[in-house]
Design a protein around this ligand. Structure first.
Ligand code: FES
Length: 566
């Protein structure tokens, strides 16, 4: 029992038999069968959410991490109990892991609430796992701390360093353009993913790890230590120890994930040149905390913070280089004048106290820059609005060809990601570099929002050396990708957004400086088209049906309406 009479440890959340004493007696009897004695069962319980799966190759060394966390919990006097949850392997799951982020969040929330635990360690890594776990922890209202598997080490091919998946896409584009052949592309395939861990560029997984550390929900230095490294194991042991402190202090996720924490995280997102997906995930996590983040908030952060981290895809280095240069703690030191230093951390200290003990970027490295000597200007991500996206859309300026960000061109329309795959290389479409590739039905309702927004350049243009075109969709783009891709158009086409009304040849204008995205078609003509618009049929059953009926639009975080209290 706790000091205020509330059950603690294994006595929490008793199974319902209509007899509390019997429930406690039976639970302890079953736990005794696993070799636990009274001394064990009177300790604070730390639940460890294990997302190992043969399908999630990014988590393949999770067993070792779990053991390290358990060691830390035991050293600090706690009782570690490991439990499995949904695991989302980004590249292996169909049609897209984003369709299942909310399912994982819902399942993890229920497990956190249903099993007895005084605190939880959430082990994730691959793209959607970390945001799903943060959403779950907030809603379950259980003290929790995040630990990621860490990034892979860098691959090599014929003297070049390779980063998944920026270089997967780069070399695939070169293969499509005929610049390299079958032998080369197959050799590259064998070297893109040389170790366990998450993609080793500043893609979505790395971005979300950095943001989780910036939010104060992870131990300092926990985001970037490579998978399988001694640093990664030491962070895991320390996380286990910290979880026991958390179990004793009872600090809840909402006490850490404050408005200040989210403001800081948005600034870190811009400083690392991070993934557009983070806009959706941060918005969803914040809404679970009853904090509203708008696209204007992201624009304000973008305009205030220059690019400070030299990692692919915005730069040239990799996560292991970022880690060697000091990782998130050194970056936070650089950013300190722009941050709210009163933001609380999972350790009970403030961000300011943490930063006080950290040195700024060392002179021997160039991966983490200072505000006085940034790698790039401000504005790495920009949210746009206009007649084509009344509720907003997002473009990653730092990954796009600058001339395409102020552009007017005729639309060529694809009905879905499948339609793109079927027709993009059809020469009869006569696509020119000035065309604007438009894809609809890639949004949260229509398709679970796959990373299909960075449509391939038509092969016949790629072969002529065209590397980038303006692409617009209601889908997402991988955080590892480059290109002038306007994403997350909201409302999506399936919800009746203007994207549904675009026809081949319509003029589209993007003016990133003015934050505008417009469909240059008279309103009378749009009204005529709108009158014949039919919403696509919803999936007939199961999770896909539930998701399609309840998922919110991208600018609201694409959570389910009944899970997001705002
Ligand atoms: Fe798992 Fe990139 S595929 S992090």
């Amino acid at each position: 029992m706790g000091t205020r009479g509330k059950p603690l440890g294994t006595d929490r959340n008793l199974t319902s038999y209509g007899d509390v004493e019997f429930s406690r007696y039976l639970r302890r009897a079953f736990l005794a069968s696993a070799g636990f004695d009274r001394e064990d069962l009177d300790r604070p319980v730390v639940g460890i959410a294990d997302t190992a799966s043969d399908y999630t190759t990014c988590h393949r060394h999770m067993r070792e991490l779990v053991e390290a966390v358990k060691r830390g919990v035991l050293e600090a006097g706690g009782l570690p109990l490991v439990f499995p949850t949904t695991s989302l392997g980004e590249i292996i799951i169909s049609p897209t892991s984003m369709l299942y982020r909310n399912l994982m969040a819902m399942e993890t929330e229920e497990m956190l609430r249903a099993y007895p635990m005084d605190a939880a360690v959430l082990l994730g890594g691959c793209d959607k796992t970390v945001p799903a776990q943060l959403m779950a922890a907030v809603s379950a209202d259980v003290p929790a701390i995040s630990l990621v598997t860490g990034p892979m080490t860098t691959g090599h091919w014929r003297g070049e360093r390779l980063g998944a998946c920026t270089d997967c896409r780069l070399y695939w584009a070169r293969y499509r353009a005929g610049e390299i052949g079958d032998e080369e592309i197959n050799e590259i395939r064998q070297n893109l993913f040389p170790s366990s861990g998450t993609c080793m560029v500043m893609g979505t997984a790395s971005t979300m790890a950095c943001l989780t550390e910036a939010l104060g929900f992870m131990l300092s230095g926990g985001a970037a230590a490579p998978s399988g490294s001694a640093d990664r194991l030491r962070i895991a042991v320390k996380t286990g120890r910290e979880a026991v402190s958390l179990a004793r202090s009872g600090v809840l996720p909402k006490q850490i994930l404050t408005r200040s924490a989210f403001e800081n995280a948005m600034k870190v997102l811009m400083a690392v040149g991070g993934s557009t997906n983070a806009v959706i995930h941060l918005t969803a996590i914040a809404r679970r905390c009853r904090i509203e983040l708008t696209l204007e908030d992201f624009n304000a952060a973008s305009e205030a913070v220059p690019l400070l981290v030299d990692c692919k895809p915005a730069g040239k280095n990799f996560m292991e280089d970022f880690h060697r240069a000091g990782g998130v703690p050194v970056l936070l030191k650089s950013l300190a004048p722009l941050l709210d230093l009163s933001a609380p951390q999972v350790t009970g200290r403030t961000l300011g106290q943490l930063i006080e003990e950290t040195q700024g970027p060392a002179s021997w490295q160039s991966v983490i820059r200072t505000l006085e000597d940034p790698l790039g200007g401000t504005g790495s991500l920009t949210a746009l609005k206009g007649t084509l996206a009344p509720d907003g859309a997002v473009v990653k300026r730092s990954a796009a060809t600058a001339s395409l960000l102020e552009h007017r061109g005729p639309a060529i329309v694809f009905e879905s990601p499948e339609d793109v795959a079927a027709r993009i290389d059809d020469p009869s479409l006569a696509i020119t570099p000035d065309h604007v590739l438009v894809m609809r039905n890639g949004g949260p309702i229509a398709a679970g929002m796959p990373e299909a927004g960075s449509m391939p350049i038509p092969r016949y243009l790629a072969e002529k050396g065209v590397k980038d075109m303006l692409r617009i969709s209601d889908a997402r783009m991988s955080g590892t990708a480059r290109g002038a891709a306007v994403l997350h158009c909201s409302p999506e086409a399936a919800a009746g957004g203007p994207l549904a009304l675009v026809e081949n040849g319509d003029l589209i204008e993007i003016e990133v400086k003015k934050k505008r995205l417009d469909l240059l078609v008279p309103e009378g003509e749009l009204a005529r088209r709108r009158a014949s618009f039919c919403r696509p049929a919803l999936p007939d059953r199961g999770w896909r049906r539930l998701s399609a009926e309840h998922v919110l639009q991208a600018h609201l975080g694409a959570d389910l309406d009944f899970l997001a209290p705002l």
